[in-house]
Design a protein around this ligand. Structure first.
Ligand code: SF4
Length: 327
Protein backbone atom coordinates (compact mmCIF):
# COMPACT_ATOMS: atom_id res chain seq x y z
CA UNK A 1 0.00 0.00 0.00
CA UNK A 2 2.79 2.41 0.97
CA UNK A 3 4.90 1.70 -2.09
CA UNK A 4 1.84 1.87 -4.34
CA UNK A 5 0.95 5.26 -2.90
CA UNK A 6 4.48 6.57 -3.45
CA UNK A 7 4.53 5.34 -7.05
CA UNK A 8 0.91 5.76 -8.16
CA UNK A 9 -0.88 7.98 -5.63
CA UNK A 10 -2.31 11.39 -6.43
CA UNK A 11 0.70 13.62 -5.85
CA UNK A 12 -0.48 16.53 -7.96
CA UNK A 13 -3.31 17.65 -5.67
CA UNK A 14 -2.57 21.11 -4.26
CA UNK A 15 -2.64 19.80 -0.67
CA UNK A 16 -0.74 16.54 -1.35
CA UNK A 17 2.27 16.04 0.87
CA UNK A 18 1.45 19.03 3.06
CA UNK A 19 2.18 18.76 6.79
CA UNK A 20 0.52 22.10 7.52
CA UNK A 21 -2.65 21.48 9.59
CA UNK A 22 -4.28 24.64 8.21
CA UNK A 23 -3.98 23.41 4.62
CA UNK A 24 -4.98 19.84 5.44
CA UNK A 25 -7.96 20.98 7.48
CA UNK A 26 -9.11 23.41 4.77
CA UNK A 27 -8.89 20.77 2.04
CA UNK A 28 -10.60 18.13 4.18
CA UNK A 29 -13.54 20.39 5.04
CA UNK A 30 -13.95 21.44 1.40
CA UNK A 31 -13.75 17.84 0.20
CA UNK A 32 -16.40 16.59 2.64
CA UNK A 33 -19.25 16.85 0.15
CA UNK A 34 -17.60 18.30 -2.94
CA UNK A 35 -15.64 16.84 -5.86
CA UNK A 36 -11.87 17.32 -6.03
CA UNK A 37 -12.07 19.19 -9.35
CA UNK A 38 -14.38 21.83 -7.84
CA UNK A 39 -12.47 22.09 -4.58
CA UNK A 40 -9.13 22.93 -6.25
CA UNK A 41 -10.21 26.40 -7.40
CA UNK A 42 -11.88 27.27 -4.08
CA UNK A 43 -8.88 26.00 -2.13
CA UNK A 44 -6.54 28.25 -4.13
CA UNK A 45 -8.83 31.28 -3.69
CA UNK A 46 -9.13 30.73 0.06
CA UNK A 47 -5.36 30.42 0.51
CA UNK A 48 -4.78 33.49 -1.60
CA UNK A 49 -7.15 35.51 0.54
CA UNK A 50 -6.45 33.83 3.92
CA UNK A 51 -2.81 32.77 4.06
CA UNK A 52 -3.11 31.52 7.64
CA UNK A 53 -5.74 30.32 10.07
CA UNK A 54 -5.32 33.65 11.90
CA UNK A 55 -6.22 35.57 8.72
CA UNK A 56 -9.33 33.44 8.30
CA UNK A 57 -10.29 33.93 11.96
CA UNK A 58 -9.99 37.70 11.61
CA UNK A 59 -12.17 37.94 8.48
CA UNK A 60 -15.88 38.86 8.70
CA UNK A 61 -18.18 35.83 8.36
CA UNK A 62 -19.92 37.41 5.36
CA UNK A 63 -16.66 37.50 3.45
CA UNK A 64 -16.04 33.81 4.18
CA UNK A 65 -19.58 32.93 3.08
CA UNK A 66 -19.17 34.98 -0.10
CA UNK A 67 -15.96 33.16 -0.97
CA UNK A 68 -17.59 29.81 -0.17
CA UNK A 69 -20.68 30.43 -2.35
CA UNK A 70 -21.09 27.63 -4.88
CA UNK A 71 -19.48 24.92 -2.72
CA UNK A 72 -22.82 24.18 -1.03
CA UNK A 73 -23.51 23.04 2.55
CA UNK A 74 -22.99 26.49 4.00
CA UNK A 75 -22.93 25.20 7.56
CA UNK A 76 -19.43 24.02 6.62
CA UNK A 77 -18.36 27.61 5.93
CA UNK A 78 -19.84 28.86 9.19
CA UNK A 79 -18.09 26.07 11.09
CA UNK A 80 -14.88 26.78 9.19
CA UNK A 81 -14.95 30.33 10.43
CA UNK A 82 -15.87 29.33 14.00
CA UNK A 83 -13.13 26.70 13.99
CA UNK A 84 -10.52 29.18 12.71
CA UNK A 85 -11.41 31.49 15.59
CA UNK A 86 -11.14 28.63 18.12
CA UNK A 87 -7.76 27.58 16.70
CA UNK A 88 -6.48 31.17 16.70
CA UNK A 89 -7.55 31.50 20.35
CA UNK A 90 -5.69 28.26 21.19
CA UNK A 91 -2.56 29.57 19.46
CA UNK A 92 -2.57 26.79 16.84
CA UNK A 93 -4.09 23.44 15.93
CA UNK A 94 -4.02 20.72 18.61
CA UNK A 95 -1.87 17.73 17.61
CA UNK A 96 -4.10 14.86 18.68
CA UNK A 97 -7.26 13.64 16.96
CA UNK A 98 -9.20 13.50 20.23
CA UNK A 99 -8.60 17.23 20.76
CA UNK A 100 -9.09 18.20 17.12
CA UNK A 101 -12.47 16.50 17.21
CA UNK A 102 -13.67 18.97 19.84
CA UNK A 103 -13.38 21.88 17.39
CA UNK A 104 -16.42 23.15 15.41
CA UNK A 105 -17.09 21.24 12.20
CA UNK A 106 -14.26 18.73 12.66
CA UNK A 107 -15.68 15.22 12.64
CA UNK A 108 -13.88 12.08 13.65
CA UNK A 109 -12.43 11.24 10.24
CA UNK A 110 -11.28 14.82 9.54
CA UNK A 111 -9.63 15.00 12.98
CA UNK A 112 -7.77 11.80 12.26
CA UNK A 113 -6.73 12.94 8.79
CA UNK A 114 -5.15 16.09 10.26
CA UNK A 115 -3.50 14.12 13.08
CA UNK A 116 -2.14 11.47 10.67
CA UNK A 117 -0.96 13.83 7.91
CA UNK A 118 0.56 16.49 10.13
CA UNK A 119 1.51 14.74 13.37
CA UNK A 120 1.86 11.02 12.42
CA UNK A 121 -0.81 9.85 14.85
CA UNK A 122 -1.54 6.15 14.36
CA UNK A 123 -5.31 6.25 13.93
CA UNK A 124 -7.26 5.48 10.77
CA UNK A 125 -9.51 7.78 8.82
CA UNK A 126 -12.87 6.40 7.71
CA UNK A 127 -14.56 8.63 5.17
CA UNK A 128 -17.00 7.40 2.53
CA UNK A 129 -14.28 6.20 0.14
CA UNK A 130 -12.32 4.42 2.85
CA UNK A 131 -15.45 2.69 4.17
CA UNK A 132 -15.94 1.24 0.70
CA UNK A 133 -12.31 0.09 0.40
CA UNK A 134 -12.28 -1.56 3.82
CA UNK A 135 -15.75 -3.09 3.55
CA UNK A 136 -14.59 -4.79 0.34
CA UNK A 137 -11.12 -5.70 1.56
CA UNK A 138 -12.53 -7.36 4.69
CA UNK A 139 -15.85 -8.51 3.15
CA UNK A 140 -17.50 -6.56 5.95
CA UNK A 141 -21.14 -7.54 5.67
CA UNK A 142 -22.87 -5.34 8.20
CA UNK A 143 -25.11 -2.44 7.33
CA UNK A 144 -23.00 0.71 7.49
CA UNK A 145 -26.09 2.84 8.04
CA UNK A 146 -26.13 1.41 11.59
CA UNK A 147 -23.95 2.91 14.32
CA UNK A 148 -22.70 -0.40 15.84
CA UNK A 149 -21.48 -1.52 12.39
CA UNK A 150 -19.65 1.77 11.94
CA UNK A 151 -17.99 1.38 15.34
CA UNK A 152 -16.83 -2.10 14.42
CA UNK A 153 -15.38 -0.93 11.12
CA UNK A 154 -13.53 1.91 12.90
CA UNK A 155 -11.92 -0.65 15.22
CA UNK A 156 -10.93 -2.86 12.28
CA UNK A 157 -9.54 0.17 10.43
CA UNK A 158 -7.41 1.15 13.43
CA UNK A 159 -6.01 -2.37 13.64
CA UNK A 160 -4.68 -2.04 10.07
CA UNK A 161 -2.55 1.12 10.41
CA UNK A 162 1.23 0.75 9.87
CA UNK A 163 3.50 0.08 12.85
CA UNK A 164 5.78 3.01 11.96
CA UNK A 165 4.19 6.32 12.88
CA UNK A 166 6.18 8.07 10.13
CA UNK A 167 4.32 5.96 7.54
CA UNK A 168 0.96 7.41 8.57
CA UNK A 169 0.83 10.25 6.00
CA UNK A 170 1.56 7.95 3.03
CA UNK A 171 -0.76 5.25 4.36
CA UNK A 172 -3.64 7.68 4.94
CA UNK A 173 -3.15 9.24 1.52
CA UNK A 174 -2.93 5.73 0.04
CA UNK A 175 -6.32 4.76 1.48
CA UNK A 176 -7.85 7.93 0.07
CA UNK A 177 -6.20 7.49 -3.33
CA UNK A 178 -7.22 3.85 -3.58
CA UNK A 179 -10.85 4.73 -2.89
CA UNK A 180 -10.79 7.64 -5.34
CA UNK A 181 -8.94 6.04 -8.24
CA UNK A 182 -9.20 2.22 -8.20
CA UNK A 183 -11.74 1.00 -5.66
CA UNK A 184 -14.50 3.14 -7.13
CA UNK A 185 -18.22 2.55 -6.44
CA UNK A 186 -18.79 1.00 -9.86
CA UNK A 187 -16.35 -1.24 -11.73
CA UNK A 188 -13.34 -1.12 -9.40
CA UNK A 189 -10.02 -1.73 -11.18
CA UNK A 190 -9.00 -4.71 -9.06
CA UNK A 191 -6.31 -5.80 -11.54
CA UNK A 192 -4.21 -2.73 -10.64
CA UNK A 193 -4.99 -2.76 -6.92
CA UNK A 194 -2.05 -3.13 -4.50
CA UNK A 195 -4.14 -5.12 -2.00
CA UNK A 196 -5.95 -7.40 -4.43
CA UNK A 197 -4.24 -10.53 -3.05
CA UNK A 198 -5.72 -9.75 0.38
CA UNK A 199 -9.12 -8.58 -0.79
CA UNK A 200 -12.01 -10.78 0.30
CA UNK A 201 -14.55 -9.12 -2.00
CA UNK A 202 -12.28 -9.71 -4.99
CA UNK A 203 -11.72 -13.35 -3.97
CA UNK A 204 -15.48 -13.88 -3.65
CA UNK A 205 -16.45 -11.76 -6.66
CA UNK A 206 -18.65 -9.55 -4.45
CA UNK A 207 -17.26 -6.08 -5.18
CA UNK A 208 -20.62 -4.87 -6.53
CA UNK A 209 -22.61 -5.77 -3.43
CA UNK A 210 -20.20 -4.33 -0.85
CA UNK A 211 -20.39 -2.14 1.14
CA UNK A 212 -23.87 -2.98 2.27
CA UNK A 213 -26.13 -0.03 2.98
CA UNK A 214 -29.78 -0.80 3.53
CA UNK A 215 -31.19 2.61 4.41
CA UNK A 216 -31.13 4.37 1.09
CA UNK A 217 -31.84 8.05 0.92
CA UNK A 218 -35.27 8.91 -0.46
CA UNK A 219 -35.11 12.10 -2.47
CA UNK A 220 -37.91 14.59 -2.09
CA UNK A 221 -39.07 17.44 -4.30
CA UNK A 222 -39.84 21.00 -3.31
CA UNK A 223 -41.29 23.89 -5.26
CA UNK A 224 -41.15 27.58 -4.36
CA UNK A 225 -41.71 31.00 -5.87
CA UNK A 226 -38.80 33.40 -5.67
CA UNK A 227 -39.29 37.14 -5.76
CA UNK A 228 -36.59 39.24 -7.37
CA UNK A 229 -37.53 42.72 -6.31
CA UNK A 230 -35.30 45.09 -8.24
CA UNK A 231 -34.98 48.82 -7.75
CA UNK A 232 -35.49 50.59 -11.03
CA UNK A 233 -32.98 53.41 -10.80
CA UNK A 234 -29.86 51.46 -9.74
CA UNK A 235 -30.61 47.73 -10.21
CA UNK A 236 -30.31 46.94 -6.47
CA UNK A 237 -32.14 43.77 -5.38
CA UNK A 238 -33.95 43.10 -2.11
CA UNK A 239 -32.18 40.32 -0.18
CA UNK A 240 -33.03 38.56 3.05
CA UNK A 241 -30.57 36.65 5.19
CA UNK A 242 -31.49 32.97 5.54
CA UNK A 243 -31.83 31.44 9.02
CA UNK A 244 -28.73 29.99 10.71
CA UNK A 245 -29.83 26.42 10.07
CA UNK A 246 -31.23 24.55 7.09
CA UNK A 247 -30.67 25.02 3.39
CA UNK A 248 -28.39 27.97 2.48
CA UNK A 249 -27.95 28.78 6.18
CA UNK A 250 -26.81 32.36 6.72
CA UNK A 251 -26.67 33.26 3.03
CA UNK A 252 -28.37 36.27 1.48
CA UNK A 253 -31.18 35.27 -0.83
CA UNK A 254 -34.40 36.40 -2.47
CA UNK A 255 -37.69 36.29 -0.55
CA UNK A 256 -39.23 32.84 -0.90
CA UNK A 257 -42.94 32.03 -1.22
CA UNK A 258 -44.60 28.68 -0.60
CA UNK A 259 -47.00 29.06 -3.51
CA UNK A 260 -47.80 31.30 -6.43
CA UNK A 261 -51.04 32.28 -4.69
CA UNK A 262 -49.09 33.53 -1.67
CA UNK A 263 -46.89 35.67 -3.91
CA UNK A 264 -49.85 37.04 -5.88
CA UNK A 265 -51.68 37.94 -2.69
CA UNK A 266 -48.93 40.47 -1.91
CA UNK A 267 -47.85 41.76 -5.33
CA UNK A 268 -49.80 42.71 -8.46
CA UNK A 269 -49.71 39.79 -10.97
CA UNK A 270 -49.41 42.04 -14.03
CA UNK A 271 -46.18 43.56 -12.68
CA UNK A 272 -44.47 40.20 -12.08
CA UNK A 273 -42.19 39.17 -14.92
CA UNK A 274 -41.57 35.37 -15.05
CA UNK A 275 -37.88 34.44 -15.37
CA UNK A 276 -36.68 30.97 -16.48
CA UNK A 277 -37.39 28.24 -13.96
CA UNK A 278 -34.42 26.94 -11.94
CA UNK A 279 -33.90 23.25 -11.13
CA UNK A 280 -31.53 22.97 -8.22
CA UNK A 281 -30.45 19.56 -6.90
CA UNK A 282 -29.59 19.29 -3.21
CA UNK A 283 -28.63 16.04 -1.44
CA UNK A 284 -32.05 15.36 0.02
CA UNK A 285 -34.36 16.90 -2.52
CA UNK A 286 -34.76 18.46 -5.93
CA UNK A 287 -35.75 22.08 -5.68
CA UNK A 288 -37.77 23.79 -8.38
CA UNK A 289 -37.66 27.58 -8.11
CA UNK A 290 -39.90 29.91 -10.10
CA UNK A 291 -38.30 33.37 -10.13
CA UNK A 292 -40.52 36.40 -10.73
CA UNK A 293 -39.05 39.84 -11.23
CA UNK A 294 -40.73 42.99 -10.05
CA UNK A 295 -39.27 46.39 -10.88
CA UNK A 296 -39.69 48.71 -7.94
CA UNK A 297 -39.87 52.45 -8.22
CA UNK A 298 -41.48 53.42 -4.93
CA UNK A 299 -40.84 53.04 -1.20
CA UNK A 300 -37.41 52.11 0.23
CA UNK A 301 -38.44 49.11 2.39
CA UNK A 302 -41.04 47.03 0.60
CA UNK A 303 -40.80 43.94 2.84
CA UNK A 304 -40.44 43.63 6.61
CA UNK A 305 -37.10 41.84 6.53
CA UNK A 306 -34.08 42.36 4.35
CA UNK A 307 -32.23 45.17 2.64
CA UNK A 308 -31.41 46.58 -0.75
CA UNK A 309 -28.12 45.32 -2.14
CA UNK A 310 -26.68 47.29 -5.05
CA UNK A 311 -24.86 45.53 -7.92
CA UNK A 312 -21.45 46.76 -6.75
CA UNK A 313 -22.09 45.09 -3.35
CA UNK A 314 -23.18 41.68 -4.70
CA UNK A 315 -19.72 40.14 -4.66
CA UNK A 316 -19.32 40.86 -0.94
CA UNK A 317 -22.56 39.09 0.01
CA UNK A 318 -22.63 35.32 0.48
CA UNK A 319 -25.36 34.18 -1.91
CA UNK A 320 -26.58 30.74 -3.04
CA UNK A 321 -25.08 29.64 -6.37
CA UNK A 322 -28.37 29.75 -8.39
CA UNK A 323 -28.95 33.35 -7.32
CA UNK A 324 -25.40 34.40 -8.16
CA UNK A 325 -25.85 32.86 -11.58
CA UNK A 326 -29.19 34.53 -12.12
CA UNK A 327 -27.88 37.96 -11.11
S1 SF4 B 1 -9.15 -5.62 -5.05
FE1 SF4 B 1 -10.78 -4.43 -5.98
S2 SF4 B 1 -12.45 -4.42 -4.48
FE2 SF4 B 1 -10.59 -5.10 -3.42
S3 SF4 B 1 -9.77 -3.23 -2.52
FE3 SF4 B 1 -8.77 -3.50 -4.49
S4 SF4 B 1 -10.01 -2.34 -5.97
FE4 SF4 B 1 -11.23 -2.60 -4.09
Amino acid sequence: MLSWQRAHGRHALPWSGSRDPYRIWLSEVMLQQTQVATVKAYYARFLERFASVQDLAAAPLDEVLALWAGLGYYSRARNLHACAQAVAALGGFPRRAAELEQLPGIGRSTARAIAAFCFDERLSILDGNVKRVLARLLAFEQDLARAPAQRELWALADALVPAQASDMPAYTQGLMDLGATLCTPRQPRCGECPVQALCQAQAQGRQAELPLKSRRLVRGRRENWWLMLQREHDGAVWLQQRPDTGVWAGLWSLPLFESEAELLSQFPPQALEPLPRIDHALTHFDWVLHPRRLLWAAAPSPLPEGRWVAPDEWAAFGMPAPLKKML
